[in-house]
Design a protein around this ligand. Sequence first.
Ligand code: TYM
Length: 327
Amino acid sequence: MPTILSGIQPTGRPHLGNYFGAIRHHIAATAEPGEHFYFIADYHALTSSRDPAGLRANVVDVAATYLALGLDPERAVLFRQSDVPEVTEITWLLACVTGMGLLERAHSFKDKLAHGLKPNVGLFTYPILMAADILAYDSDFVPVGRDQVQHLEMAQDMAGYFNSAFGEVFKRPEPRLPESEREAKVPGLDGQKMSKSYGNDLWIFAEGKELKSRINQVVTDSRAPEEPKDPSGLVLFELLSLFLDPAEQAHWAERLRRGGPGAPGYGHLKARLAEAMDAAFQPARQRRRELLADRGELERVLTRGAERARSRARAVRDRALSACGLR
Ligand code: TYM
């Protein structure tokens, strides 16, 4: 039976990119035969967080988000990364077989530097910790959005370096992307990739005034509604399409392309997006509130998840330690 694993950083409130690129596929995958592991990458978050209370709250919020959206903790192991310290041991073993050059080529690291971030060593070695996360559980498939593909390839490389030095210890994982490119790379309010660190994200559970005001910030231009437009170039249409069935998508696309009297303006698209998001997430929003009001269930799920994840990682860690001569 395959093992399917993925992680998400608790660096802010989960957004539409996280949902369509990852979370929704994580939850759907639990219907497949296999073992399913989803974790909250709090060690990774520490590369940027300096707010202990905020980090704790975000961890709980990510767990509540998964459960509220329908993850069944009997079918999937939901856990905190830092509850499995074996992962940091495996990180060291992988660090000792990985060249600096591999890390220097990481797009996300270069991108952070380009955005003016002063990097710490943890940020530089981030992909090694991520490889350890994946390899520690003998993962076969890792469902992620497009931005994580290079990190997955690096995990494959690191497994290969270790195995060629010390024998077959780590299993080679494969990335699994959403079928639709629209989901694999969800645009943010400004049209760049949606990302917490760019501040262009839209929280899954935003509602009321907050939802309207964020949607109002989606980039548009000054063309009149009557002017024919290519829908695929419109961020608003891209976001709206994530929520619509194919018939309604085709209907909006056709009206935008045609233009003329009665064609929809950006205001129409915004109103439909707010309505569609509200309808899609309303039940989960309520469930999230209940889970956060009584933390007992969340804590039980995370504690049980930690035990299950840890026993698996311990076995892989032991295998790796003895292969390289540390046992
Ligand atoms: P993170 O927390 O940035 O994102 C979590 C998941 O959401 C996906 N995602 C997107 N998908 C489509 N469009 C977007 N705009 C978008 N933004 C984010 C990401 O691809 C990811 O699947 N390094 C990881 C966390 C991690 C991890 C792991 C993932 C740590 N260890 C091991 C998989 C396996 C990260 O920062 O994801």
